[in-house]
Ligand binder design. Structure first.
Ligand code: ATR
Length: 278
C-alpha cells in the first residue's frame, strides 16, 4: 500500500490561512502523492499535536501564530542555527533522526525583495516592528550585508532586536527622521491588515528613490498606496508568503518548488476571498 504524504499547518486562528491552497497546488504540480491541511492547534496543545503528527507519520508541518516561538521550548524539536538565532520555528520536518525546526520567513522576504529588483547589500534598511517576522527578516538581511535600523512601538524590544543583529533601535516617534534616510522601508507590524488602521507613517516622507515592502498580503495597505503615490517601488507580502512556503516544501521533499504555481494559487485564493467566495 502506498501511503499518501501528509503535510499541514498548525496555528490559531488558522481558518484564513492560504497555505493549504498554495501547498496543495504545489504538491499536485510536483506529482507528489500528498496533501496539506490546516489544523487549529492552541498554544497549550502544541507539544501533544506535534507528537501526534510524528506518531502518525506526517512528513512536514508549518507553524504560525502563536506557535512559532512556543516551538523553541520543546526539547525534542531541534532548531537549526538560523531558527535558533531568530528564536522561532515556522517549518518542521519529521525524519528518521528526529524532529527538525527551520525558519524560512527571512528567506522568503529576501527572495521577494530580490524578485522585485531591490538590492539590500550595503543599503540602509529600516525595519518597522520587532516581533517574530521582524526578527526573521532582520537576521536574514543583516547576513546579506544590509545596514539595518529597527523602529518599534515598544522601543525596548527594538533595542533588544537591534543588539542581536548589530543594528540600531528606535521608537516610532523617530520615523519622521528615519524614513527619508532609508533606501528600503519594511513594515513588519500588523498595522494595515485591516481597512481603517491608522497610518504608521506619513506618505510625504517617502520618495521615488525608495522601496517599500509591506509584509501584509491580504489587502493593499495605505503604506503601499502612499509608496506608489510617491513613485517608490511598492511590494506587498504575497511573494514572501510564496517563497517561505517554497523553501519549506523544498526542505520536506528535496525537490525544487514551483513558485509560479504557488503564486497563482495564492492570488486566486485572495481574489476568491475578496469576491466573497473564499
Ligand atoms: P509577528 O509574528 O507577525 O511579527 P508579533 O510577534 O506579535 O507578530 O509582532 C507584532 C509587531 O507589530 C510588534 O512589533 C508590535 O509592536 P510592539 O512590540 O510594540 O507590540 C507591532 N504592532 C502591533 N500593533 C501595532 C500598532 N497598532 N502600532 C504599532 N505597532 C504595532
Amino acid at each position: 500500500m502506498i501511503i499518501m504524504k501528509i503535510f499541514g499547518i498548525f496555528g490559531d486562528p488558522i481558518e484564513h490561512s492560504l497555505s493549504p491552497a498554495m501547498q496543495n497546488a504545489a504538491l499536485r504540480a510536483l506529482g507528489e502523492d500528498g496533501c496539506y491541511h490546516a489544523f487549529r492547534v492552541l498554544q497549550k496543545d502544541l507539544e501533544t499535536a506535534l507528537c501526534g503528527a510524528a506518531a502518525m507519520g506526517f512528513s512536514g508541518l508549518n507553524l504560525t501564530i502563536p506557535l512559532k516561538e512556543k516551538a523553541m521550548e520543546l526539547d525534542f524539536l531541534r532548531p537549526d542555527p538560523l531558527a535558533q538565532a531568530i528564536g522561532a520555528v515556522n517549518t518542521v520536518a519529521f525524519g528518521p533522526q528526529g524532529v527538525d525546526g527551520y525558519n524560512t520567513d527571512g528567506w522568503g522576504a529576501l527572495l521577494a525583495l530580490q524578485d522585485a529588483g531591490v538590492e539590500v547589500r550595503g543599503k540602509n534598511v529600516l525595519i518597522i516592528g520587532a516581533g517574530g517576522a521582524a526578527r526573521a527578516i532582520a537576521y536574514t538581511l543583516a547576513q546579506e550585508g544590509a545596514g539595518i535600523s529597527i523602529a518599534n512601538r515598544n522601543e525596548k524590544k527594538a533595542n533588544e532586536l537591534a543588539g542581536l543583529v548589530g543594528a540600531k533601535g528606535f521608537s516610532l516617534l523617530e520615523l519622521d527622521r528615519l524614513v527619508p534616510q532609508a533606501d528600503t522601508v519594511i513594515n513588519c507590524t500588523s498595522v494595515g491588515m485591516r481597512a481603517g488602521d491608522p497610518r504608521l507613517l506619513e506618505g510625504r516622507l517617502l520618495s521615488s528613490r525608495q522601496a517599500v515592502f509591506d509584509i501584509v498580503y491580504n489587502r493593499e495597505t495605505e503604506l503601499l498606496q502612499d509608496a506608489r503615490g510617491a513613485g517608490a517601488v511598492a511590494l506587498d507580502g504575497v511573494m514572501m508568503l510564496v517563497y517561505q512556503g517554497a523553501k519549506a516544501l523544498e526542505i520536506w521533499t528535496g525537490k525544487n518548488a514551483p513558485a509560479d504555481v504557488m503564486e497563482r494559487a495564492v492570488r486566486e485564493a485572495l481574489a476568491a476571498r475578496r469576491a466573497g467566495r473564499g
